[in-house]
Design a protein. Structure first.
Length: 213
């Protein structure tokens, strides 16, 4: 199935519980920070952007408060981790990974480009369910499982030098600003890691402004 033919459906909202707090679990050591990714958002960002970059729980559920959310799978494949992902995943730079990329839209307007990656062995082990999600939101795997822990959210601005910006360009058909706000965190299940990176597209802030007014 090509990316253009990938299934699209409304995201289903799920009950969200703080991951690291469950049963006294701590966040996994060596989380999502590094290579420009920081727990404290960039000082030049607006307060609204900082809020979304640090907002815990399911992003799909939070977006649902702004309008009907849909999930479009744009890529699922075996690939190599990005340069700034290998260390957080604790894998060798050239080790194979399973990649899942989706667009989250409010109505028919893309607002988030998401990139999830886990070591290939994990995609056949603790995180094998990611291969069967199709157009269902990743939150279904992350927020109803007491064995899953989550690192602190880390964020940064991404520019044309980062592959996440290229992913956003594809979603925006080549019309993207110089830099975009993005966040990421690491989920651990049975010692196997899954990194989720979410890049906010310009339309996101327009929806948020209307929702706040």
């Amino acid at each position: 199935m090509s990316a253009a033919d990938a299934p699209r459906q409304r995201a289903r909202h799920v009950h969200v519980r703080p991951l690291a707090a469950r049963r006294g679990r701590a966040s996994p050591a060596g989380g999502a920070e590094g290579a420009g990714w920081r727990v404290a958002p960039c000082a030049s960002l607006r307060a609204t952007q900082k809020d979304w970059l640090t907002r815990a729980g399911s992003l799909t559920r939070h977006l649902g408060r702004l309008g009907p959310v849909s999930v479009e799978v744009t890529r699922e494949a075996v690939a190599l981790a990005w340069a700034d992902e290998a260390r957080a995943l604790r894998i060798a730079r050239r080790a194979p990974v399973w990649v899942r990329e989706v667009l989250l839209s409010i109505g028919d307007v893309p607002v988030v480009a998401a990139h999830s990656v886990t070591p290939l062995a994990a995609s056949r082990g603790a995180w094998q369910a990611i291969r069967r999600l199709r157009a269902r939101p990743l939150a279904e795997l992350l927020y109803n499982d007491s064995t899953v822990t989550r690192s602190a959210l880390a964020s940064r601005r991404v520019s044309a030098a980062h592959p996440l910006h290229t992913l956003a360009l594809q979603a925006l058909r080549g019309d993207a600003p110089h830099s975009l706000a993005a966040r990421r965190s690491v989920f651990v299940r049975h010692r196997m890691r899954l990194m989720v990176t979410e890049c906010f597209l310009p339309a996101m802030w327009a929806f948020e402004a209307r929702g706040a007014s």
